[in-house]
Write a protein that binds this ligand. Structure first.
Ligand code: MRU
Length: 358
């Protein structure tokens, strides 16, 4: 697959033409406004990730990769040790913006690895290698999404009903996306599916982003509230559930948007296959199980007042607002990666996926 700069420029995150800033489509403003933002400083990149202007596990990894390059160009230290220390500090700062998706730290580590592995080179040579690395991270993601979409498409039949939660489409990744990639690829090939998009409280990624992306692509999409998933499953309208992932542990437990584990439990009840789709960069073999995944907690105002003309709860009401939950691997039919479809036992088969590297 040949990836061109226009493929990259068409993504929700890319490097500006002159390479001195990261350009993102501000996902907070969709579906009503298409606004691009230019990120130049560490603080701007951190805030864009933290506030979900850029979101979705692969997209924040790509943003952090480009961000590290942009910051490397600005770094004043021209001696190797000073440069490396400053870049490590910048990397730690970016990683602290969101703790759950492993792609963020994975991308930062790849960029820092370039610095660590090139002690003998000048800073300008290292900057050139950093540029190559962040572009490679992006290009690999475009390729991974295409392969995941092919594998996912092989699991469903024309006309099937597919339920998805949150947003794991092109906005959250590059090109096709992961969990909704198979339906977008299917559409390109004249294969139609009926997609049910959970609206995904409290930040409404399903309503604002997934139904938007699918509708624009001409895919048959029906938006439902999260608490309607059980009914559409019971009615026999769903033949498979496809969701994304933010971190897959070595035993197959995985973190994804809050509410995913409820969908998996319902799917098990109704005998519907449940798949998580994600690139290998989302698999964290250093994390033994879901118990070790740190779950981000967000501002209670996302529940109390965001989206409403007036608050829907008293300001003093206690709220619990975890951004993700962990789905137990026993509820998963398979994990669809860019290297193939991984079936249980996940602890054994995920390991085999990485053995191919050695
Ligand atoms: O909080 P968000 O919107 O970044 O959460 C995103 C998800 O949970 C996605 O499903 C996941 O990142 C996969 S994106 C391909």
């Amino acid at each position: 697959m040949t990836i061109t700069s226009s493929d990259r420029m068409g993504c929700s995150v890319h490097l500006s033409e002159e390479g001195r800033s990261v350009i993102i489509l501000d996902q907070r403003q969709l579906p009503n406004r298409q606004v691009y933002m230019e990120l130049k400083t560490a603080e701007e990149i951190y805030d864009a990730i933290k506030t979900l202007a850029v979101r979705g596990a692969p997209a924040i990894g790509i943003c952090a990769g480009y961000g590290m390059y942009v910051l490397a160009l600005q770094e004043a230290a021209e001696d190797y040790d000073g440069f490396r220390t400053a870049m490590e500090k910048a990397g730690d700062y970016l990683v602290s913006s969101r703790p759950t998706a492993v792609n963020l730290s994975w991308a930062v580590q790849r960029m820092l690895g370039v610095i660590a592995g090139n002690t003998g080179k000048s800073i300008s040579e290292i900057r050139e290698l950093l540029l190559q690395e962040c572009v490679a991270i992006h290009d690999e993601d475009i390729g991974m999404c295409a392969r995941i979409s092919e594998y996912g498409l092989s699991l469903i039949k024309p006309g099937d009903g597919i339920l998805t939660h949150c947003n794991a489409g092109p906005l959250a990744t590059s090109k096709y996306g992961t969990a909704i990639g198979p339906m977008l690829l299917g559409k390109e090939r004249g294969i139609d599916f009926k997609v049910f998009a959970d609206e995904t409280r409290p930040l409404l990624q399903g309503a604002r982003l997934t139904s938007y992306e699918l509708q624009k692509a001409g895919v048959d999409v029906t938006l439902i509230c999260d608490n309607m998933a059980s009914l559409v499953m019971k009615n026999g309208w769903v033949q498979a559930c496809f969701v994304g992932c933010d971190r897959i542990a070595a035993n197959g437990d995985f973190a994804n948007k809050i509410g995913t584990s409820g969908v998996a439990i319902l799917a098990r009840h109704y005998g519907i296959p449940f798949y998580s789709l994600g690139p290998v960069s989302t698999i964290d073999m250093n994390c033994p199980s879901g118990k070790e995944i740190r779950i981000e907690e967000r501002d209670p105002e996302e529940i109390r007042s965001l989206w409403y003309q007036e608050p829907m709860a008293l300001p003093e009401v206690k709220c619990f607002n975890p951004a993700f939950d962990v789905t137990d691997h026993e509820l998963l039919t398979a994990i669809v990666t860019d290297r193939g479809i991984v079936y249980p036992p996940f602890d054994v088969n995920l390991k085999k996926l990485f053995e191919k590297d050695q």
